[in-house]
Design a protein around this ligand. Structure first.
Ligand code: HEC
Length: 133
């Protein structure tokens, strides 16, 4: 009875050992993190004039196109004055967009234009009706 139990324990030990070794070998190769998912982009929500558009104009344009200086007669320091360069719902026909792309108007800010992401914000805002929101 006693020896049988001993044998059983040894047997169980061997099985256990083999089992764990087998388990190690059977483990699947580590999976690389999935980077194929498209990242969510900002243009999923419509930009607003106050939160998105005005900060861009303030940073990049108002120094030359504000209440003090109105280079080329252009003022982008308020909604009303910005709208003189905007055709609501038609970004491509808006001077504001043409100027930051340098297409059909002088490139603004001069020599540099705006980063693509900021141009996209201006376009999306105009395409959605250029509201004073
Ligand atoms: C360093 C000064 C400066 C900055 C910054 C600047 N502009 Fe200008 N902008 C000018 C000058 C100077 C003119 C007049 C150019 C001319 O007629 O030769 C002008 C002209 C324009 C015009 C009329 C262009 C045309 O071809 O009729 C628009 C529209 C305009 N700017 C928009 C902007 C916007 C939008 C920004 C910001 C993204 C900006 N500007 C930043 C100096 C600046």
């Amino acid at each position: 009875m006693r020896s049988r139990l001993g044998l059983a324990l040894v047997f169980a030990g061997i099985v256990g050992l083999c089992g764990s070794v087998g388990g190690l070998n059977a483990r699947p190769a580590p999976v690389a993190p999935d980077e194929s998912k498209p990242s969510t982009t900002a243009d999923e929500k419509v930009p607003t004039f106050k939160a998105d558009v005005m900060p861009i104009l303030k940073t990049s344009c108002v120094g030359c196109h504000g209440a003090g200086k109105k280079k080329g007669g252009v003022d982008v320091s308020s909604y009303e004055s910005v709208m003189k360069t905007v055709k609501a719902n038609d970004a491509d026909k808006s001077k504001l967009v043409k100027s930051v792309l340098g297409q059909g108007a002088k490139l603004m800010p001069p020599k540099n234009g705006l980063p693509e992401a900021q141009v996209a914000i201006l376009k999306a805002w105009i395409a959605a009706g250029a509201k004073n929101d």
